[in-house]
Design a protein around this ligand. Structure first.
Ligand SMILES: CC(C)(COP(=O)(O)OP(=O)(O)OC[C@H]1O[C@@H](n2cnc3c(N)ncnc32)[C@H](O)[C@@H]1OP(=O)(O)O)[C@@H](O)C(=O)NCCC(=O)NCCS
Length: 156
């Protein structure tokens, strides 16, 4: 894994280019989103992704996570939250046939704006080391790889 961050003052909002609707992620979106994540490469799923866990995450971080829809079809997701200190981003994904339209950038922008409104000044994300496509996207969007950090985890 590689950790990237973005300073909140470099947020950019892109113009919507087609009939894409961006909505706060509601737990009603869960089944569709979970199916989407299951078939999307590089979206790591765990016990933190059950309906109950996502419901808890959304309640702890209201208005920070979003879905993108085109004519009712879910085509993009982002989960964003914070611990009162730093923001964290998970499960950014856009359906393959809708990539390159600015959807991911818009989802990230909306999430970062929501974090900033909560007084959060920096956001981190986790990206698999072999997910070069996403790393390239994040770098293009201004995120920086942290070469001074490694991730360490423990199961509770
Ligand atoms: C990474 C991902 C979310 C990008 O989604 P997307 O909707 O295609 O990205 P956007 O259209 O919003 O791109 C915004 C900008 O980034 C650029 N960009 C997109 N992908 C890029 C890439 N791989 N490398 C460099 N730039 C990229 C676009 O050209 C666009 O540039 P512009 O603003 O100058 O026109 C998408 O490829 C995806 O869902 N990948 C699979 C899931 C995944 O890996 N998620 C990350 C988990 S950590």
């Amino acid at each position: 894994m590689v950790i990237l961050k973005q300073e909140s003052d470099s947020i950019q909002v892109l113009t919507e280019t087609m009939n894409i609707t961006y909505l706060p992620f509601d737990i009603q979106d869960y089944d569709e989103a979970a199916q989407f994540w299951r078939v999307t490469p590089f979206i790591g799923l765990s016990s933190a992704d059950t309906r109950e866990a996502i419901d808890k995450f959304l309640r702890r971080n209201p208005g920070c996570s979003f879905v993108a829809r085109v004519e009712q079809r879910l085509v993009g997701t982002i989960l964003m939250g914070h611990d009162g200190r730093r923001g964290y981003m998970y499960h950014l994904a856009v359906a393959e046939s809708y990539r390159g339209m600015g959807i991911a950038a818009e989802l990230v922008s909306r999430g970062l704006i929501a974090l900033r409104a909560e007084g959060i000044e920096k956001c981190h994300l986790f990206v698999y080391s072999d997910n070069l496509n996403a790393q390239s996207f994040y770098a293009h969007e201004g995120w920086q790889i942290r070469n001074d950090l490694e991730i360490m985890s423990i199961n509770l």
